[in-house]
Design a binder for this molecule. Structure first.
Ligand code: PMT
Length: 414
């Protein structure tokens, strides 16, 4: 994450005493992997669940857990003053109460009192505790003071219980933390509208036509754009909630018509449009108002074409706006993608050979070829986050070219 010559951003990773503490190990590892300097701080109760040695080994400096027994006589002020961000995962009900009350009796809460850095808390507890008014009021107090909150999620809890209260996924926590740290900033001041997921075209009240898009590539693009400092609008068909992040708004849609309407609204304000969604090419001409019954025989469903959203967006393009299309292809993918690039009038076409191993629908990885009017850039098998960054690098170059700024990265010439 830090570029050459810039110091790594410093994160104090606070761990309080809940069973989710074991997942903080993964948060620590991922943050360090992203180039962040991590100073782990464990509460005395956290030590009942996880060991300091693990965090010392994975973090960027030895883990600390006491106000009084460390080498430094006043560790909390140094930790608090030097932090660019404090992340607390898990944040238990007890920790939230002490933090909201301004108590500083142990190292983590004392550090929070001594910092002016932004703070992200990730609550985790049993559902009954989470729903208790005192917990919610403490969180409201912290939110009012500018503290960001991620999670909890719904799922399996300790002791076989199931419900809301599970610590947010470590990948989500890290992604929000990186956005809060501000990232590279080369899309700062830019508005980026991204579509994601497969549209669902209803047949009757219980059935629809759709495709295998998971939305992972579109959501990775949104996260990457946020990290680069953009204001992001994510128009998505994906039902699972997207973690609240600064500078992100999410519009939930189902059908191609809904996606078309949402993207049209966003296109009037966006500097960049990325259509990563797999939009249905056809939809049932008529939607049955009642569930089609088996007893009535096999229905004949007549299809009609959906609007081509991308072509519509190109037709109404604002001056200077950069428009990116994706092309899901098989066979001679690049050749077919190049024809689509010419036909649709986009600035970039990301050709996705969905028959390549590990590429395309639902995978965490992808393989793409980015086409511009001047060249081609191959991105070999990589995570969808890496693919997203490669696409945005090209977008930044095009924007800079249009602004007349130097330093535009370009695809290699053919
Ligand atoms: O969501 P994932 O599981 O992570 O998978 C990612 C992906 C494979 C869906 C993604 O990488 C991808 O390739 N998206 C485009 C899929 C697609 O619909 O391709 P297409 O070749 O049919 O369409 C070309 C372009 O036109 C796309 O930008 C598409 O959004 C757009 N389109 C298509 C049809 C239509 N009616 N309106 C459109 O705007």
């Amino acid at each position: 994450m830090p570029t050459a010559g810039t110091p790594a951003p410093r994160v104090v990773l606070g761990v309080s005493g809940g069973i989710g503490a074991y997942k903080a190990v993964e948060v620590c590892r991922r943050l360090v992997e992203a180039g962040v300097h991590v100073a782990p701080v464990l509460t005395p109760d956290a030590l009942r669940f996880v060991g300091k040695t693990t965090f010392s080994a994975l973090g960027s400096e030895p883990a600390q857990s006491s106000l009084f027994e460390e080498a430094s006589p006043i560790p909390h002020t140094k930790l608090g003053q030097s932090a660019d961000l404090v992340v607390v995962a898990p944040a238990t009900a007890d920790f939230l109460a002490r933090y909201a009350a301004g108590m500083g009796g142990e190292l983590l809460t004392a550090t929070l009192l001594a910092t002016r850095a932004p703070v992200l808390v990730c609550p985790a507890m049993h559902t009954e505790m989470w729903e208790h008014p005192s917990v919610q009021e403490n969180l409201d107090t912290l939110r009012r003071r500018g503290v960001s909150v991620v999670g909890p999620e719904e799922g399996a809890l300790a002791a076989g219980d199931v419900g809301v209260g599970r610590l947010a996924d470590p990948a989500t926590i890290v992604s929000v933390a990186l956005v809060m740290l501000g990232g590279r900033g080369d899309l700062q001041g830019r508005r980026v509208a991204i579509s994601a997921g497969g549209t669902r075209e209803p047949i009757d009240p219980v059935r629809h036509l759709s495709n295998r898009s998971s939305g992972k590539q579109g959501h990775a693009l949104a996260t990457a754009a946020l990290r680069r400092g953009a204001e992001v609008v994510l128009v998505t068909t994906v039902g699972r909630p997207v973690a609240a992040q600064p500078r992100l708004s999410v519009v939930r849609v189902d059908t191609a018509a809904e996606m078309e309407a949402a993207m049209a609204v966003e296109s009037d304000k966006a500097d960049v449009i990325v259509m990563a969604a797999a939009v249905a090419d056809f939809r049932p001409r008529q939607v049955a108002t009642h569930k089609l019954a088996k007893d009535d025989g096999v229905p004949e469903i007549v299809l009609e074409p959906t609007p081509d959203i991308l072509c519509g967006l190109v037709a109404r393009r604002r001056p200077g706006q950069v428009i990116v299309g994706f092309a899901a292809e098989t066979g001679d993918a690049v050749e077919r993608g190049r024809r689509k690039f010419d036909r649709k009038g986009v600035d970039l076409m990301v050709v996705n050979d969905v028959s390549a191993p590990g590429a395309g629908f639902d995978h965490d990885t992808n393989v793409v070829t980015i086409l511009t009017s001047g060249g081609t850039r191959e991105v070999p098998l990589s995570s969808k986050e890496v693919v997203a960054d490669a696409v945005l690098e090209q977008v930044v170059g095009l924007l800079a070219g249009r602004d007349g700024r130097a330093g535009a990265p370009r695809a290699e010439e053919d």
